[in-house]
Design a protein around this ligand. Structure first.
Ligand code: DHB
Length: 303
């Protein structure tokens, strides 16, 4: 049985759509659920409409892709109708939010919560937005401040998404937990770049972008394992980064994740990837004689 509960929310299966891929509209999120996503995370939404960065904003590289979309979104005031449509999917909806500062995060999170999402995900880790996001995610005090301010104002679970670009991810996770985070999402993308040797210029209009896909997987897996191994991290971990097939998903559960999200693989493989991962997971549990995913969570840890 793949049904599972994380932060008090019941998911029909533990494989959800990560923020940023095929989740711009309510209809695209419904489609992902129809293909087997156990839940969906919205594209990150901020206080005001943003057109995003200049193109090209996405390029394939060895082992994945780089994107510098620049957090394009219609602004939270216009997002209610997308959530309303997405709710028709019948799976939990997680509203991903970002803001220019603590008050901005709080305002967007409150508005997102008022639309009836099941949880809030704080994107404290976008590598592309100048002056915000990733700088929050790299500073334990900022993570604590934003998380506790949002927790004080919303009464649904708050998930905090971390960047892998820190010296010690446990310090950041601990700050989130102390501030009341209900779950840690590990991890966001790694900042990278690529240069076209003929034009002798960076390929991305923004020069750098977030690296996702298989190349990110060992890094994200290591972050999940470090967080899960720490006695200070007392909340569930949602594993994300390069998960492409059921074996990748199993690795994240074994490292200590309670739920996994899939993003870039949806871009490469199509939404069918959800059904394939779920089938493989069920088969693995059967072969291992396990009745639920809970029985493998953290099993890969050194005792
Ligand atoms: C964007 C946001 C992210 O959180 C990320 O990891 C990569 C790109 C963006 O919209 O630019």
């Amino acid at each position: 049985m793949l049904r599972t509960s994380v932060t008090g929310i019941t998911f029909p299966n533990p494989v959800i759509l990560a923020s940023g891929i095929r989740d711009e509209t309510g209809h695209s999120m419904v489609r992902m659920a129809q293909f087997g996503a156990g839940g969906v995370v919205t594209k990150s939404v901020g206080p005001v409409p943003r057109p995003g960065n200049d193109l090209p904003a996405l390029v394939e590289v060895e082992g994945g892709m780089l994107n510098s979309m620049g957090l394009p979104n219609p602004g939270v005031d216009h997002y209610g109708e997308e959530v309303e449509v997405a709710k028709g999917a019948g799976v939990p909806i997680i509203g991903s939010v970002f803001g220019p500062d603590t008050d901005g995060f709080v305002a967007v999170a409150e508005k997102m919560a008022s639309y009836g999402v099941d949880a809030i995900e704080l994107n404290l880790s976008c590598p592309n937005a100048q002056g915000t996001a990733i700088s929050f995610g790299q500073d334990p005090d900022a993570v604590k401040q934003v998380t506790s301010a949002v927790k004080a104002k919303v009464d649904i679970p708050v998930w905090v998404k971390l960047t892998p670009m820190v010296v010690n991810i446990v310090d950041i996770g601990k700050a989130a937990v102390e501030a009341g985070a209900d779950a840690i999402v590990a991890t966001n993308t790694l900042m990278g770049m690529t240069i076209d040797v003929w034009s002798q210029k960076p390929v991305l209009a923004n020069t750098t972008g977030g690296l996702s896909g298989p190349a990110l997987k060992p890094v994200a897996l290591r972050c999940v394992w470090q967080l899960a191994s720490s006695p200070d991290i007392t909340v569930p971990i949602i594993g994300v980064g390069g998960i492409t097939d059921w074996k990748d998903a199993v690795e994240f559960f074994l490292a200590g994740a309670s739920l996994v999200s899939v993003g870039t693989a949806v871009y490469y493989e199509g939404p069918e990837v959800f059904g394939k991962i779920n089938e493989g997971l069920q088969d693995y549990l059967d072969r291992k004689g396990c009745e639920s995913i809970d029985q493998i969570i953290g099993k890969g840890m050194v005792e």
